[in-house]
Design a protein around this ligand. Structure first.
Ligand code: HAM
Length: 421
């Protein structure tokens, strides 16, 4: 038997209830914050991601699903959306159509990581990219969108962590000092961090390795390398988060795994989901648009992992979306009346009711079992003596009350149910 590829998940109908609850909350909040949806292709030219995310990052150096297609194009299944959204922003001159483009997305992503709970090879993100403004109020707004969604679905055990990576020259002096600090401790570093000493020093400071963490305990802090402009920006973000009543902590070791960040970075973590605790992450990326061939344009955004959020919801028992239920199950008492049942079902569906009936000539008892299994609110019995009289029995499954309804007045049923709902 051919099974699903390791690190990919089927999302079965019963799980879709939670998925839909989350994505509907996302869409609702995006309306409140005035973000518009954007979709980009599943695959792009590989160069977009290697240039956008950074050659030295884990994503580009070891996790991308890249291949050469039949026309000899080097293409990659998107590992994240920011580079794709920026590409679309430049390609369609969105910057000329509006000063500020506030965009959101919900999309599958692909990274060939080692699968474990909360870490998949095909996973899903929702996120926003706000392109065209450098004001700290937009950094705060983007963090607020993420926070509102996570708290609106009922998560409580979450923490907002923020940091600033400043400007490239400030980061450069910091990485220089960091390298100096680490160079004589090299032998004690993990293999990954030893390699990073050469190609991505910054990432050593958020290494999860215990030995590394011990060594970097007293490492210099990026915040001591920020100039007055960067510090002012960061202070304003903090003030605005306080105004928005969003609890946060400053985490100078939060450097993120993608190279494009300037100024604010942030993550929201859950204490309930084990090692893959980052539910979402993002920050400002004022240089990326220019780097990818557009006009210099400031931007800020975040992305959140849907699977991880749902794991956190489960661990916190954060929400139980209403069970899917049916409005009416139509029981057919008489095989000859199958066409009539079909006709009634069509009528009710056209009137926006959720309807089911039997498609395989089951016994009445089996049909009732099915009505119960599907949580039908009402059952309409079509057939028997009542049918001869132009009527049908209509049963309220919650109260067990039964009444007769005229089959030429189905509108009465519509108004009866509508009233009770
Ligand atoms: P990221 O931190 O790489 O950022 O991913 C964002 C979120 O996606 C993570 O916090 C996590 O919840 C989820 N995620 C990442 N990898 C996996 C995986 N293998 N399995 C399950 N979930 C995963 C970005 O992608 C940036 N584009 C965020 C951003 C937008 N920055 C600015 N704008």
């Amino acid at each position: 038997m051919i099974k699903a590829i390791k690190g990919t998940n089927d999302i079965l109908p019963e799980e879709m209830l939670n998925w839909n609850f989350l994505t509907e909350t996302v869409k609702e909040q995006m309306k409140f914050f005035n973000y518009k949806e954007i979709r980009t292709p599943i695959f792009e030219h590989t160069a977009l991601f290697s240039r956008g995310i950074g050659e030295g990052t884990d994503i580009v150096s070891k996790e991308m699903y890249s291949f050469t297609d039949r026309s000899e194009n080097n293409v990659t299944l998107k590992p994240e959306m920011t580079a794709s959204v920026v590409r679309a922003f430049i390609e369609h001159s969105l910057g000329k159509k509006a000063n500020l483009n506030k965009l959101f997305y919900i999309s599958p992503m692909f990274r060939q990581e080692r699968p474990q709970a909360g870490r998949l090879r095909q996973f899903h993100q929702f996120g926003v990219e706000a392109i065209g403004n450098h004001n700290p109020s937009l950094d705060a707004e983007v963090i607020q969108v993420a926070y509102e969604i996570l708290t609106n679905i009922g998560l409580k055990e979450i923490e907002v962590k923020i940091n600033s990576l400043g400007l490239p020259e400030e980061r450069e002096s910091f990485t220089y000092k960091l390298k100096e600090f680490l160079i004589d401790k090299k032998d004690g570093l993990s293999e990954d961090s030893k390699n990073r000493l050469e190609n991505n020093v910054l990432r050593i400071i958020d290494s999860k390795d215990r030995g590394d963490q011990q060594l970097i305990k007293n490492a210099p802090s990026i915040l001591d390398f920020l100039g007055s402009e960067s510090l002012e920006h960061f202070e304003k973000v903090k003030d605005l988060l306080t105004i928005a009543k969003i609890p946060f902590s400053v985490e100078p070791k939060l450097v993120r795994g993608l190279d494009y960040y300037t100024h604010t970075t942030f993550e929201i973590t859950s204490s309930k989901v084990g090692s893959q605790s980052a539910l979402c992450g993002g920050g400002r990326y004022n240089l990326l648009i220019e780097q990818l061939g557009g006009a210099s344009t400031p931007a800020v955004g975040f992305a959140a992992g849907i699977e991880r959020i749902l794991l956190a919801c489960k661990a916190e028992e954060a929400f139980t979306p209403n069970e899917d239920e049916l409005d009416i199950y139509i029981v057919c008492l008489d095989k000859e009346l199958e066409n009539k049942v079909f006709e009634f079902a069509s009528f009710f569906r056209k009137n926006n009711f959720r309807i089911e009936f039997d498609h395989s000539s089951k016994s009445v008892k089996a049909q009732m079992r099915e009505a119960n299994r599907l949580n039908a609110k009402y059952v309409l019995f079509v057939g028997g003596e009542e049918y001869e009289k132009g009527q049908a029995q209509f049963k309220n499954m919650t109260t067990s009350e039964q009444e007769f309804v005229d089959l030429d007045k189905l509108d009465d049923i519509v108004s009866l149910i509508s009233k009770k709902n």
